[in-house]
Design a protein around this ligand. Sequence first.
Ligand code: GLN
Length: 483
Amino acid sequence: MSKYLDLSIQEIHELLVKKEVTPKDLVVECFERIKENETLNAFITLNEDAISIAESLGEVEEDNLLFGLPIAVKDNIVTKELRTTCASKMLENFLPIYDATVVENIKKQKMIIIGKTNMDEFAMGSTSRTSYFDAPKNPWNKNCIAGGSSGGSAACVAARLIPFALGSDTGGSIRQPASYCGIVGMKPTYGRISRYGLVAFGSSLDQIGPMTRNVYENAVLLSNLTSFDEKDMTSSKKEKEDYTRFIGKEIKGMKIGVPNYWMSDIVEEEIRLEMEKTIRRLEELGATVERIDIDYIENAVTLYQIIAMGEASSNLARFDGVRYGYRTENPSDVEEMYRKTRQAGFGREVKRRIMIGSYLLSGENAVTYYNKALQIRDDIKKSFEHAFETYDLIIGPTTTTVAYSLDENLDDPMKSFMDDILVIPVNMAGLPGMNVPIAFNHNHMPIGLHIVGPSFGEAKMYQLAYAIEQDKKLNLNPKEEVA
Ligand code: GLN
């Protein structure tokens, strides 16, 4: 059997240019791998047109490394005429009539969308178990969660079914599953990638980002996802950048901060020990690493709950059975139509959040909770900015534990928020954050490092991530590691 999809993207590109492989071969192999790994449940919908799209791409573009490569898209990013469900019964049969801007951008690169990945319903969760289509599984141990909410994207890249996936991150949903599955996941600076066509959850936090097998491929993909977009009010006007430009440069002289809270006993000991080892290696490579404090990061989850649930309750008001999505049958009046549609169309977690969010925003509560949370959020941002006056980058573990069993903590919605305790402060501050794998625990489950940069500091983050990746040289292919 061909193994093109185990090659690096540079190697695949060379074969494409020499016509030793075609985009169609890649798509066929991709589908074969997805079929062989169906039990992972990483995809909700496969793109039946992928082969004909591959056949119609035309001449290989020699200067376009992404030409003809397959990519998976999280199912909360709309794709024209390709079902987009947000893993919800509410949108089970929803066929969008337009492409998200980020999807237009990948299509411009002549990448081929293979399918839509499984996730938590409307991206609400940290295990992907709130999906209407059942949870995706972790390729390192199929009894474990892939993480969430971009669990399907993380699982399919980790299992080497496909080199690229898009995820979204409102409170950790790219970085945390990337950490649990042993892949590279980047949440760029808020505004760097257009949110137009990303089904809104917490609009002041949501950001799309790339999930890949390694650092270089992540940087190449991100370089091609960004564009100023008039259709997204918060889209950045900043020029496009080549995010690979510092990759391979030594990290000597780099100043790195490690927040004390991120190395406290909220983090499993085994993960802290791997962090310490990595820090020592960074020092040997010439970086300076110092402990720092960032104000209020220990309160970030509480603030996040107020802000994200408040915004979600307002964003999800549009799913009322009128214009699109599920509608209850034979309602007696419009009031009953709304109620029954929303009762049956949304899952438990989504309804819980709409209720709490509505409460938090009603009357005086908006001032007491939401506005207050925004103020403290601003203080977190300032505290990070202050740290970046001294440090180039900030690091810590991405998660407090490794991926846990699919049936653990099922009845505890609070626990699920705590899975993101280390990554949520970065969304609060609108900063870029990424996961890079650094080790395995005693059960051979991946452990990830979280790198945080100043606004628009992604290129430097890739420089550090690449240096770590080269130093560790981990075998991140589960097929070769586990029977
Ligand atoms: N786990 C967090 C939540 O449930 C984050 C989700 C996300 O980033 N989409 O809200």
